[in-house]
Design a protein around this ligand. Sequence first.
Ligand code: SIN
Ligand code: FE2
Length: 217
Amino acid sequence: MTPDLFGGLEDTTQRVEALAAGAVVLRAFAAADAHALLGALATVTARAPFRHMETPGGFRMSVAMSNCGALGWVSDRRGYRYAARDPDSDEAWPSIPPCLLRLAGDAAVQAGFPGFVPDACLINRYAPGTRLSLHQDRNERDFSAPIVSVSLGIPAVFLFGGLQRGDRSLRIPLFHGDVVVWGGPARLRFHSVLPLKEASHPLTGEYRVNLTLRKAG
Ligand code: SIN
Ligand code: FE2
């Protein structure tokens, strides 16, 4: 346990929790690197600012998003896809910061997926009240690489479902520094994020920042 700036206690003990075959939560795995990661991300989002993308159905996504890596996930009236350029600036996305690339590779090893080299990192920023609806990550070209998902800032409840939309979900609270990895038989499991409660974190203020690293191309 480490005292945080508000006098609370943040649990920085690393533990592995199995969720399903091919899926684990690595508790506090990113806690020690969080400060460096957020610093590197500030440089990324200065070049590729957070924005609210439009869904193919014409709705504004409540989660603010940006990307780093050779490919970035984008959504608009034409659909969901990966693009090599930021549609807002027509520039290449900033590259994945080395500390994040290293963390993602190390987390994948811990989860049993050695050799993971992501080429895409979606950066999601959640304010209180925002949510992410049930979906599968399936815009990537090949499903042999896992998904590595890093949680920073205020907590959220992650629902981890099955391979069918209607399957029961596990309800997993995620805290600052937790990393979820799903791959192999779990790679196409449905998942969602419940609406966030109001909270504040010394490193991110009122926000949760989630980084999803993928091999997309
Ligand atoms: C995602 O599925 O893209 C993000 C999951 C999360 O925010 O924990
Ligand atoms: Fe996802």
